[in-house]
Each structure stands twice: as structure tokens, then as C-alpha cells.
Design a protein around this ligand. Structure first.
Ligand SMILES: [Zn+2]
Length: 400
């Protein structure tokens, strides 16, 4: 239902739009994670072109989706990457008061629409200052980096970050990932990776269980191994109090089997699971240990059933954790341009770890509140949006 007094806002496109006008346009593209993003990408590219900014695309393999990056200012080492994502999460099943894909101002100091906080508000702040960046006498460059499919597992962040590292001869120093943090710097986040593990077994009467291999029984061993590993890490002092909970977690979320009934040995099973790691624990290392255990079980079970296999597949690429020291220069930069000194930890995965892995000092900092993200009636307060503009304007100032 749409409140009668609150008409969606409407503006035409021009090279000199304010942040609200740009946000209005960005919100009108209902591009979800996983979907073709040419509508919103073209609009942004058109805006950049109108402002005289040359941009570069980084495409997915099928050439259906693209990232955008560009540099404004001198071709010299240093400078800051402003990183955002163009996709949003779905609104299905959510009870919205306002039309989710039309920016609405009901007069309560907030602007409503899907993506206002996460994170088109930040993208609008950055874009609205492109004309000022173009006329400023920048001594260090400012880069824009816009990704797709962030909301379904940060799928393009690494390729975008790597492309920027390789494309520009001169190296940017910092990356500010504008997830909604109420403009506080978040210098660490956990990593995440999702796997599917599939096992086979052999059908037989259940009374033969000692001679056969049950896919369900073997799955149970693997799942218990994962849970035991979590406790082992905690017991060994792998604790990082910047996070809640302060340790790496393992979780199995689905279990599927095609066995038939209680008295038939099961011939197949699969389960999906995740690791959310604190920076001190390496996903590659932990997964390597799990793999080794799988190979051990294979050898044992193949004595009874030679075709027994355990197959692990990564459902999407690892999203690396972020661990930027509090004394690093990017933390100093964020304190300078936001005036906010407290540094916090993110409870969610974002592209910051991917930019760090590509060699940039990365931090998460953007306008709006993560509490509004992914919900019905997502909004950004006008105050946060203006403060977001203020942050980027301050960055321009200190880059001159
Ligand atoms: Zn986001």
C-alpha cells in the first residue's frame, strides 16, 4: 500500500544532479543480485560520459553483467578507490508501505526505497560529486569502482579489485567500501565460504550395514568433524574479540538424501555448509584439513565399496576476511574525512577483504544504517545522505 501523501520523487537526468536526484534514478533500477545489470550500468556510464569521465568495464564470463571503474585526477601512485555495488536484494514477501523501486520522501526526514542504505545512497553521494572532482585541482586521484552480484556472495568484487590493480600502471593506495556504517570506519570483517559435499553409498538391506557403506552414516561423520573442528579452534585459543561470536564458525544448513526408508542402506547424500572465519584462521587451511579427512574416509570405505566418493564443491568463491590494523593510514583517512574516531567490526561479509587481497588498504564506511538494509521500507535519513556527501567532499578537499 502506498501512503497517499507521499508521492514518489521524479527528476530528469542531467550532468549536474544533486544527491537526491541521483538516488532517485538509481533506486528506479530494480536490478537484483544475479540479474543482468545493463540498465543501471548504462545509466551510470551515461552520467560519467556527460561529465567527461572515461570509464572501463569488467564483464562476467557470459558478458551479461559488468562492473564499472574509472579514475578522476592525475595518473600518479596513491589516491582512494570509492567502492560500491549496483545490485540490491529482493523485496518478495516483504510488506512495503512505499513502492520499493521509487524513491519516496514522506516528509519524515527519511528517503525510502530498496537500496537507499545498502548501498545506492553511498553510490549517489560519490556520483553527485563527480562534477566537483572534475574541476578540483586533485593532486591525488579518486577512483570509482562499482560491482554487480555483491548481494549473492560478493561475486564480482575480487575480479573488479584485481582488474583495477592490473589495469592502472599507477597504484591506488586505499579503498573505501561504502556499506552502511553510519559513517564509522569498520576495519575488520569475517570471511565466508560455502561448500556442497556429496557422497554416494550402496543400496542393501539394513542388516548388512557392517559390510556396506551408507552415505548418511558417512555424512554424519563429516558433519561431526566440522563441529568438532570449531570446538577445537576455540579450545586452542583461536579467539578474536572484535567479532561476535569471537571465533570461526562452521555450520551445516541443508541435508539431502535420496535413501528410501529406514531398512535400506542409503546410496547418496549431500549437504551444504559454510565457514565464517576470523582473520587469524585461513579458509584454505581449514578446508584443506577437511579434504584430508574426506580422503581418509574414502580409503577406508573403498575397501567395502570401491566406487565410494566424497566430492566437495565450492558454491561460490571465498569472500576473504578483512583485517586492517587500527594504526593504518586508511583508518586515519576515514577519521579525517568523517570526524568519527571510533573504529568498529562488521558482522557481515563485504567486498573490503577482496580489495585488501588485491593490495589496497581497505575499510568499510558509508552513510545509512545496516539495520535498515534488506528490510521492508528500507530508508536512508536525509541527514546521513548529506553527511555522506560531506565525507566525499572532504576527501576531494584533502586530495587537492
Ligand atoms: Zn551492500
Amino acid at each position: 500500500m502506498v501512503a497517499e501523501s507521499s508521492k514518489p520523487l521524479s527528476f530528469a537526468q542531467s550532468p549536474f544532479m544533486n544527491v537526491t536526484e541521483i538516488l532517485h534514478h538509481l533506486i528506479s533500477f530494480p536490478v537484483l543480485g544475479g540479474q543482468v545489470n545493463s540498465s543501471i550500468a548504462s545509466w551510470i556510464e551515461n552520467y560519467l560520459t556527460q561529465n567527461g569521465v572515461a570509464f572501463v568495464n569488467v564483464w562476467n564470463e557470459e558478458k551479461t553483467k559488468r562492473c564499472i571503474h574509472c579514475r578522476i585526477g592525475p595518473a600518479i601512485d596513491g589516491g582512494v578507490i570509492l567502492s560500491g555495488h549496483m545490485d540490491v536484494v529482493p523485496v518478495d514477501g516483504q510488506d512495503w508501505t512505499y513502492p520499493p523501486f521509487e524513491l519516496t520522501d514522506p516528509g519524515d526526514g527519511k528517503l525510502y526505497g530498496r537500496g537507499t542504505s545498502d548501498m545506492k545512497g553511498y553510490v549517489a553521494c560519490c556520483l553527485s560529486l563527480v562534477p566537483e572532482m572534475m574541476v578540483a585541482d586533485l593532486k591525488r586521484p579518486i577512483y570509482l569502482a562499482l560491482s554487480f552480484d555483491e548481494e549473492i556472495g560478493c561475486r564480482s568484487g575480487q575480479m573488479l579489485a584485481n582488474h583495477m590493480r592490473d589495469y592502472y600502471e599507477e597504484k591506488p593506495a586505499f579503498a573505501i567500501i561504502g556499506e552502511p556504517t553510519m559513517l564509522h570506519g569498520f576495519n575488520c570483517q569475517k570471511g565466508i565460504v560455502v561448500y556442497k559435499t556429496s557422497l554416494n553409498g550402496i543400496n542393501a538391506h539394513s542388516s548388512k550395514i557392517m559390510e556396506k557403506v551408507s552415505a548418511i552414516h558417512e555424512s554424519a561423520r563429516l558433519i561431526t568433524w566440522l563441529e568438532d573442528k570449531m570446538h577445537e579452534l576455540i579450545g586452542n585459543g583461536h579467539i578474536d574479540h572484535r567479532f561476535v561470536p569471537p571465533h570461526t564458525t562452521f555450520h551445516v544448513g541443508t541435508f539431502e538424501k535420496s535413501g528410501t526408508q529406514f531398512n535400506i542402506v542409503s546410496d547418496s547424500a549431500s549437504f551444504m555448509w559454510e565457514i565464517r572465519n576470523i582473520p587469524m584462521d585461513s579458509i584454505a587451511g581449514l578446508f584443506g584439513e577437511f579434504e584430508a579427512f574426506c580422503r581418509e574416509r574414502e580409503v577406508i570405505c573403498q575397501q567395502k565399496f570401491p566406487d565410494f566418493r566424497i566430492v566437495n564443491e565450492e558454491i561460490h568463491d571465498e569472500v576473504p576476511s578483512l583485517d586492517t590494523p587500527e594504526e593504518s593510514r586508511v583508518v586515519e583517512l576515514i577519521r579525517t574525512i568523517t570526524g568519527n574516531h571510533a573504529i568498529k567490526s562488521a558482522a557481515y561479509a563485504a567486498e573490503a577483504g577482496q580489495f585488501q587481497r588485491a593490495g589496497f588498504e581497505a575499510i568499510i564506511c558509508g552513510p545509512g544504517d545496516i539495520d535498515q538494509a534488506h528490510k521492508a521500507d528500507e530508508f536512508i535519513s536525509k541527514d546521513q545522505l548529506q553527511k555522506g556527501v560531506g565525507m566525499i567532499r572532504k576527501l576531494i578537499e584533502i586530495s587537492c
